[in-house]
Design a protein around this ligand. Structure first.
Ligand code: G6P
Length: 610
């Protein structure tokens, strides 16, 4: 959600900024712009919609220079128009901003009284004026002006600012919005996320909340909240920039679906020890004695990550015998949750920056809970603020609809279940061994699911015109029915609803007729027979059944229009394997319809506002 790239150095930066924005497209946006300080003065190019529009506008009248910034905007204050697109200029100040300035209307009124005129409806333009105004009030340089202005701003921000009168520096600020700095040879970068500039540098500095920084071609100074110069640790990032490309797949989403077996291997590596029946989570700094006495576990998450948490509840309650609550982070924040020092709060977030999840985790900690994160982005805010992080090694996920991040989260909650079970002594080494053996078999089972797409193409052909889909699941795969419905509506724009099979007769059954495709996730497990009865109820109303079943099953296929088979895997890992089927189903329907699979309308990859 909003992406920023800033450059100061020795090269012309037009291409660098545009390529950087391209790498940040996954965050979701609805307008974009770049500003460069050229030898002839400041030039700005902005456009509504996709980056291709910006590129067209820029290439029609190109300009260049070695100090610049770019931005992709996801509209909050003011519609997604060219005039509201960043960068914004006020006097000598030009900036791009991610986040929300909560007291912007009060500041705007004050600045208007001081004679300032505003062209856009954005809170960002107010920030630009506020900073420029500081020069009138005696600020000595851009860093001083930015720091003075920040003292007046409430809310969240990641800012990259330049002064048209000082071509040698960029000033960066961060509070509750992501921002990283990249160190190159004779050049410095600022960006919302690592992939934006990974082709230029591997050395990154991660700012903390309240930090500001002054970037020059050959130096980088970071200051804390109080204005003291500080050292922030620099990290070498090994990600392969090629892995952020499509590698011949039609869409990033498809590439990411195919990557899942390998990413799950990466996530399990070094942690799962089948021989000892245990999991090594040395990175989670919570001691075994505390865990043994923990009274409950609370998951907080949003979107797809929330469904990973739901699977976590089924697995952890079964294996570790600890009560598990699962909360939507946006609800948890305002429902007066009962949390104490015997609670383990686990925040699940691919990006590690989702505003609601972060706030929910902070709230739990304020109430004395220990906080753990399951996160995909190293050094993200949620990762940094927790007592321990279990990183999913999904690599950068570009498709807005989450796939490999989800299944690696499922791998993480499965490991967590065994880890907790062993520490709380609710399972012994033998049981641990059985569960981990199942987990180790997942990548192979997933590979099998990926081989033949003809079945999904056929379903797309047959059902892409349906107005609505119902997804049913029961027990451990109920969350996969919910995720399947979410995936389909996200990328194909077909209405879809996920429901617990046993609940169908309490409402959705009224919707079923010969027009309604019903996807039933029904591998062989303890609730299989129950699900079979639920599907009979669908059939009795002429519903059209697409079932996802264990290979060799003969009962469900008898009453299904279409059958998708999955390998015969244990219940513990069925959610991971069944996920591939619902992902491919959604993907092929969306592809058949010709929607923008990787960047569906109105969605953002990383939601950093409440
Ligand atoms: C957005 C994304 C979803 C994601 C959700 C939570 O809505 O489009 O794919 O599941 O945010 O994101 P997180 O990064 O916290 O997992």
């Amino acid at each position: 959600m909003c992406g920023i790239v800033g450059y100061i150095g020795h090269q012309d930066c037009g291409e660098i900024l545009l390529n950087g924005l391209r790498r940040l497209e996954y965050r979701g946006y609805d307008s974009a712009g770049i500003a460069i300080n050229t030898p002839e003065g400041l030039r700005v190019s902005r456009a509504e919609g996709k980056l291709t529009n910006l590129e067209r506008a820029y290439l029609a009248e190109p300009f260049n220079g070695s100090q610049g910034l770019g931005h992709t905007r996801w509209a909050t204050h003011g519609g997604p128009t060219e005039i509201n697109a960043h960068p914004h200029q006020a006097g000598r100040v030009v900036l791009a901003h991610n986040g929300i300035i909560e007291n912007y209307s009060e500041l705007k009124e004050e600045l208007a009284k001081a004679g300032r005129e505003f062209l856009s409806a954005t809170d960002t333009e107010v920030a630009a004026h506020l900073i420029d105004h500081q020069f009138e009030l005696g600020a000595t340089d851009l860093h001083d002006a930015v720091r003075r202005a920040l003292g007046r701003m409430e809310g969240s921000y990641a800012l990259v600012v330049m002064d048209t009168q000082d071509p040698d520096c960029l000033v960066v600020a961060r509070f509750a919005s992501p921002m990283v700095l990249g160190k190159g040879q004779g050049e410095s970068f600022a960006a919302s996320d690592v992939p934006a500039v990974l082709e230029h540098t591997r050395e990154f500095v991660f700012l903390e909340d309240g930090d500001t920084a002054v970037l020059r071609a050959d130096s980088m100074q970071v200051f804390d909240d109080a204005g003291n110069e500080v050292e922030r640790t620099s990290r070498h990032i090994n990600w392969d920039p090629i892995s952020a490309e499509k590698q011949g797949y039609k869409h990033f989403m498809l590439k990411e679906i195919f990557e899942q077996p390998a990413r799950i291997v990466d996530t399990l590596r070094g942690r799962v020890n089948v021989e000892s029946g245990d999991v090594d989570l040395a990175e989670v700094d919570i001691d075994a004695e505390w865990l043994a006495g923990a009274r409950k576990l609370v998951f907080v998450a949003c979107g797809t990550s929330y469904y990973a948490a739901m699977v976590g509840k089924y697995l952890i309650e079964r294996v570790a015998k600890i009560p598990v609550e699962v909360d939507l982070a946006s609800e948890f924040r305002y429902r007066y949750p009962v949390i104490d020092e015997h609670t383990l709060c686990v925040a699940i977030s691919q990006s590690g920056e989702t505003a609601d999840t972060l706030a929910a985790m902070r709230l739990a900690r304020e109430h004395g809970a220990k906080a753990m994160a399951i996160c995909n982005v190293i050094e993200s805010t949620i990762a940094r603020e927790s007592d321990g992080v279990l990183y999913t090694h999904a690599g950068p996920e570009i498709g807005v609809a989450s796939t490999k991040a989800f299944t690696t989260q499922l791998a993480a909650v499965s490991m967590l279940a065994v880890w907790l079970g062993r520490r709380r002594e609710t399972i012994d080494a033998d049981t641990g061994r059985v569960l981990l053996e199942e987990l180790r078999g997942v990548p192979t089972a997933m590979e099998e699911m990926l081989v033949d797409h003809a079945i999904y193409e056929g379903i797309a052909h047959q059902f892409a015109n349906a107005h609505s889909f119902l997804f049913l699941g029961r027990g451990v795969v109920y969350p996969i029915a919910l995720e399947g419905a979410l995936k389909l509506k996200e990328i194909s724009y077909i209405h879809a609803e996920g429901y617990a099979s046993g609940e169908m007769k309490h409402g959705p059954i009224a919707l079923i007729d010969e027009e309604m495709p019903v996807v039933v996730v029904a591998p062989k497990n303890i609730v299989y027979e129950k699900t079979l009865s639920n599907v009979q109820e669908v059939l009795a109303r002429d519903g059209r059944v697409i079932s996802i079943v264990t290979e060799g099953d003969t009962h469900m296929p008898e009453i299904s229009d279409v059958v998708i088979e999955m390998p015969d895997v244990g219940e513990f890992v069925q959610p991971m394997v069944a996920s591939v089927a619902v992902q491919l189903l959604a993907y092929h329907i969306a592809d058949f319809k010709g929607t923008d699979v990787d960047q569906p309308r109105n969605l953002a990859k990383s939601v950093t506002v409440e």
